[in-house]
Design a protein around this ligand. Sequence first.
Ligand SMILES: *[C@@H]1O[C@H](CO)[C@@H](O)[C@H](O)[C@H]1NC(C)=O
Ligand SMILES: *[C@@H]1O[C@H](CO)[C@@H](O)[C@H](O)[C@H]1NC(C)=O
Ligand SMILES: *[C@@H]1O[C@H](CO)[C@@H](O)[C@H](O)[C@H]1NC(C)=O
Ligand SMILES: *[C@@H]1O[C@H](CO)[C@@H](O)[C@H](O)[C@H]1NC(C)=O
Ligand SMILES: *[C@@H]1O[C@H](CO)[C@@H](O)[C@H](O)[C@H]1NC(C)=O
Ligand SMILES: *[C@@H]1O[C@H](CO)[C@@H](O)[C@H](O)[C@H]1NC(C)=O
Ligand SMILES: *[C@@H]1O[C@H](CO)[C@@H](O)[C@H](O)[C@H]1NC(C)=O
Length: 507
Amino acid sequence: MMRSWFATATSLRFLLLALAVSDTLAIECSIYEESIIARLGGKKEVSNQQELDIKYAGCTEIDGPVIIAADYTGDFYFPNVTKIYNGLITVNHYSQRQHQQEQVPVPLLTSIEVPDLNNTRFIEIHGVPALRTISFPSLTILDDSLSLDEVEDCFVDFPSLTRTVDLQIIGNVTRLSFPLLADGGTMRVSSNPKSDKEYSNYLIVDPVDQAPLDIKFPALQNATSIYLQGSITSLSMPQLSKIGNDRQFDAGNLRILTHGNRLNISLPSLSNLRHLSAAGTIGSLNFASLQSIERFEVNTSTPLNVTMEPMGAITEILHLLGDVTAVSISSLYLLFNLVIESDSSDFYCSSIASDFERLQGRKLKSYDCIGHPPKSKLPLQLGLGLGLGIPVFLVVAFLLRLFFKGPWVKKVWGTEMWTPQPVVKPPAYELGVPPTYATDGPPTYDASEGEQGSEQGAANVAGTHMGDGSSVRGEGASEHSAGDAASARLGDGSSALHEGASGRRVT
Ligand SMILES: *[C@@H]1O[C@H](CO)[C@@H](O)[C@H](O)[C@H]1NC(C)=O
Ligand SMILES: *[C@@H]1O[C@H](CO)[C@@H](O)[C@H](O)[C@H]1NC(C)=O
Ligand SMILES: *[C@@H]1O[C@H](CO)[C@@H](O)[C@H](O)[C@H]1NC(C)=O
Ligand SMILES: *[C@@H]1O[C@H](CO)[C@@H](O)[C@H](O)[C@H]1NC(C)=O
Ligand SMILES: *[C@@H]1O[C@H](CO)[C@@H](O)[C@H](O)[C@H]1NC(C)=O
Ligand SMILES: *[C@@H]1O[C@H](CO)[C@@H](O)[C@H](O)[C@H]1NC(C)=O
Ligand SMILES: *[C@@H]1O[C@H](CO)[C@@H](O)[C@H](O)[C@H]1NC(C)=O
């Protein structure tokens, strides 16, 4: 009795209010108001346009979330509402088993358009494969989050949005429109759903083509962190200057995972970033304003020249994997740690050896940098042939000499054997200096490296037979020790040996 009187009273109040006010005055409707609840027989969610129109008739400001039911069918068009205190969401249930809210798909929802809304806290839309458009043309600020999950072929249109705290767009979007977004908060645009493995697998890309994704945030200046994944066809964030948040320890990441066309990554204004990771089909990298970074990590599956200039400091690690064709670190004055594992035949660790030594005060080792042997087979045989030929010749010469001169030669063989060329200085490996690079597996050489093969082989055999005892070959000969040994021992030097000594590395 009391209750129905109350309902009638509030309905009446609402009616009087609606009649009294002109359309310039905001009409605030609370979802807890009996009148509103009563309009759909107590149902919280709306299932179609008609129910939406009835439930929120006359409302311009709504206190409480507007909920789209799992069976919502067709378009959702919601004009005249300027403010939803809470947010707009698709229905979810609390799962006792998972101890969290579970999203429920809304498979028949075809569009969402809320033309006048300029103020709300969150928009959370999940499981909407039929959604083709989501548009909030007047929305300028989202205090909390925009979360679109499992969208397909959807145009995402927020032409007035300038700021949000959290922006998640997951699924296949055809087009993103955020022309005024200046602060994006924690941003994620991804064709794949979120995964638990992201903390460890941020350099691994599934080599599958997904719907092409153009990522364009023309006004973006700040973000807390950014995660981009998909078949990214282009990336444009020309004003982005800062990724990070001083109050959040896990902020400051830019992660890019792409497969498909080679993606040029150029962020000309970015000057503040803690951790970059880029993986997949990377075409180029360009960070013209970035002076320092903690971690710079790239795993490229297409040929990539990594040019760090104008970067000055890498305070944790420079980590480069995959088809890295060239690396330039000449502008660095601080490099805490370096790991390069290139499988490109074009890349030589020696190209960065002097910069590395300048930065670290020690020689580059195999655990810092690995290049990769070329694939060619025929030149390999040529190289091995030369590599073995000269040492065999030397061994034979040595044995012959031993045989003809008698056992007493052993006492002086160190000098006697090689007297034709005076030894100016002992090569590095004889002084117990460890090799500076090592190769994994058997060395292989292509045509251009054939001479180096012979040069290394010669040097190694010479070293072994000179009885210095250090196993140069054991870990793989360094170009320096090989070159030094060759020029010291075989001083007359074929041109091939001298060329080898100039310091190109095989691996
Ligand atoms: C929106 O407001 C206009 C006038 O301001 C009115 O004609 C129209 O019916 C309203 N639409 C809804 C769905 O309330
Ligand atoms: C939102 O729109 C209403 C009505 O047009 C207006 O009065 C208000 O100033 C707007 N708010 C913002 C933040 O733009
Ligand atoms: C994206 O589209 C592809 C086909 O183009 C489909 O296989 C995939 O399931 C879609 N992903 C999502 C999250 O909708
Ligand atoms: C971006 O961050 C800087 C420094 O934290 C701040 O001064 C600036 O107002 C921010 N810009 C936007 C658009 O949020
Ligand atoms: C680098 O990418 C390749 C595939 O392109 C993958 O197999 C490898 O595990 C990745 N490396 C790391 C350290 O994630
Ligand atoms: C990527 O950059 C290269 C030059 O570095 C250029 O030739 C190529 O056209 C660019 N690709 C795209 C899609 O812009
Ligand atoms: C890398 O740079 C060299 C010249 O320094 C150039 O010849 C080569 O084409 C470049 N490779 C790529 C993949 O950009």
